[in-house]
Each structure stands twice: as C-alpha cells, then as structure tokens.
Design a protein around this ligand. Sequence first.
Ligand code: PLP
Length: 476
Amino acid sequence: MLSLEMEASRLVKSTYVKQGLQSLQQRKKLLQNLLIHKNLPPVGLDDAVIEFILSELASMDSNNFSSNSGVGEREGRVFSSLVARRHYYFSHGIGRSGDIAEVQPKAAGSSIMYKLTRELVGHALHISGFSPALIKDVPLVLPLATGMSLSLCLIALKNQHPEAEYVIWPRIDQKSCFKSIQTAGLKPLVVENKLSTEDGSMRTDVSAVRALMEFHGNRVLCVLSTTSCFAPRQPDLVDEIAKLCQDFNVGHVINNAYGVQCPIIVKLINRAVAVGRVDAIVQSTDKNFMVPVGGAIVTSPASTGFLKELSALYPGRASAAPIMDIFVTLLSMGEEGYKGLLDTRLKLLESFKARLTDFATSHGEVVLASPSNSISIGISLRTLDALQENQGETNSVNRTTFFGSMLFQRNISGCRVVSKSTKVTTINNCTFIGWGSHSNVYPTSYFTAACSIGLTAGEIDTFLSRLEKSFAKVIV
Ligand SMILES: *Cc1c(COP(=O)(O)O)cnc(C)c1O
C-alpha cells in the first residue's frame, strides 16, 4: 500500500492520493466487516460499494484469473459480455455435484458469496423475529422457488422414511402447494378447513389431522401446513399440528411462503418449534425480500440436521443468480432499511384495513373474519351474489367474475375475486369444490387484497379509487 501511495504521488499531488486511497481503504473495510460479522450492514450500502464487493469476490473465481487456462468441461466460459455483466462476472454457480452447500474449488468468490448470503438471510430472519433455535443452523438458500423447494424438503423426509407415502395437507387453494406433494411422488390427504359457526372464520381442523394420523399410522410421512395464505383462511395452527407430529412421530414441513414479514406468523412458528415437531420451514425470496422470482429459504431447527440432508440431496450445481439477487438486496437494504420496510407494512396494514372496512360498510358488505391473518384482507361481495340470484343471471355473465376483470383492466393486480361456486376443479386426479376459496362450502363471494412488504400508500389510494369506480359500475 505504501509503495502504491508513493508511486501514485509521482503522478498526482500526494494529499489527493492519500484521500483517494482512504476511500478505497474504507470500501475494503466494509467488505472486511461483512466477512467478520456476517450481518446486514447497519445502514444500506450504496450501489458503488456493492459493485466493488461483487467485483472483489468475482476476481477470486478462476474464470476471472488473468492467467487461467481452463481445459475442463466446465470452466465458467461466457460467450456474451451482456450475460457476463448481468452476472457481475460470476459464472461458476454454487455447489458441487454432490452438495449444493459445498465449496466450489474453482470459485472461492462464489462460494464466499453463497456462505455470506446464507448468513445475511439468517440475520434478516432474526430481525423478523425468528427464534435462535431456527437460525442456529444457517438457513439454506435454494435457487428454486417455493413450490419446488417444498418438493425437495418432502423428498428429503421421504429418504428418511421410505415406507411412508402420505402427506396430510390442510387445504390451501394455491396449486403449487398441492402440486409440490405430487412432484415429490407422494399422495396428499386433504383436510378441509373448519368454518366457525360464530364468525365464519376459517381455520385448521386439527382433530381431522389427528384422525388421519391415527388411521394411516406410519404410512403418513408428514403434515404440510401453511402459514401465509389468502383471507379468509387463517394461518394453520402450526403449534397444535407440531404437537401432534411429535406425538405421532410424523414429519412436519411448514410452507411459510410470505410469512417472514408478519410478526403474528413468525411468533406462531417459534411456538410450533418450541412445543412440537417441525422439520423444515420454507419461505419465498421474492415475496419476502423484493427480489425477482427464483429462490427460497429453508430453515430448520438446529437439532434435526435436516438442512445437511437437504443440501446433499440436490443433484448437481445450481445457478447463483437468485443467490446474488438476495445478497445484493440485503446489502442494499441494510438493517435499517429492512426494519423500515417491515414497520411501514405494519403501519399501512392498519390504514388499509380501516379504509377497506369503510368501503365494505358503505356498500353493505363486511370484512371477512380472519383475525390471525394480518397480510391478506377479504371483503364480501354479497351484493353481487344477490343481484346474480335475483336476476337469474347465469354463470356465463357472472357478476363477480366481471368485477374481477374490470379491476384487472384498470391495472389492479393481485386483487383476487373469488366467486361463490359449486364448480368442481380437478388437479392431478383430486377434485375440489369451490377451488380458490379454500373451502367446499364458503357461503359468499368475496375479494381479497394483500398488504405485503413494499406496498406503498400511493398504491393503496389508487386501488381504493379504482375499486369504488368498478364497484359502482358492476352493481348497475
Ligand atoms: C407463492 C406461494 C407458493 C408458490 O410459490 P412459488 O415460489 O411460485 O413456487 C406456494 N404456497 C403459497 C402459500 C404461496 O403463497
């Protein structure tokens, strides 16, 4: 360093050189801190610093060694400079053929990035409230979205219990959840949700889960429960399910697709881990951390050794792209930025819910009871059901469907309109009535809207104004 300063001072005034080198030193220090503490930086790093960190790491991969002469079949060669730049000159991916978490000898930089990413994700989960028991085993970040990651977890469990073939599945009407069971070569045992006679809210039928365990004995591999879901379904009672799984020696995988942002769900999961059996918890990277689709995070209580088995199951290397997305994002958010996003969501949730309640009341509708679901909000569409019935309209001019398409045409995305229906839907040879409503017998049509991380007050304003206009049109 000293000689660099001397040499540079021959070209440029030495005080300027000193200052410049100090700044360079500072950047190196940030990378050093990252390697030492393996935590989100207290405040987000700016893009130039992040690019510096990526460039330092990429320089440690053999494809970027200036003297490298690769004579193997996988040398990280990249034809297009656009592609090379898109990946910040990383090209070896992650893992080795035998284990996705193993260090790749040709790619020290990529391997460091992967390990750091897992640590940063662990820290982010800690900030979200995950208990130490759940992050002691550093979370596995998979370059597979939630559904495929769930399948992989189920296959890992199946390897432990080859004789078991059933997965008990409290119904959640999202096809990928259901399909993840069959992709793993297992058979679903569907448990209908229970509707409360008091307030109509929907929750896990725990005694039905228990009855299936009793009936099928050791042919039950696990329960696949779900926390984050569309209202009026509530998060599954994962604590009670965990207790049953412990008592019956049955596995338990929790689909926590977008639950990391929700303190109620995180608390529920912590309790499940404390009181019973949980083998794995799977969460989406895009839905929780605002990155493009492509990854999932698997956490598991340290005592189970499950993550080791899971990473060793992955056949081959994998793309580092979803890993880099989350690495860059967490560095860019920093602790302060991430906490801010979580807080903002909670604040917006209050006002969003209040304004939707106003909307409902002013139109003779109600907010559907779903007390422990604090992400998705459901509003009845009884007015449309009544119009449909009174006017003897057929399903081909279904008002609720029409309402849904009006919103869609007004560039409202993510608002789901669910028609009350007795229609039968078949998915992989299983039939469901009223698919989309989580129930065979849900009594009204409704729509849902979600208050999820990154939503802005402006988007809520726009949504509510277009909602009012569309509703006014659909009831004439
Ligand atoms: C989004 C979602 C999935 C599927 O996730 P992918 O990332 O698309 O595989 C599964 N279950 C629930 C509850 C979800 O919200």
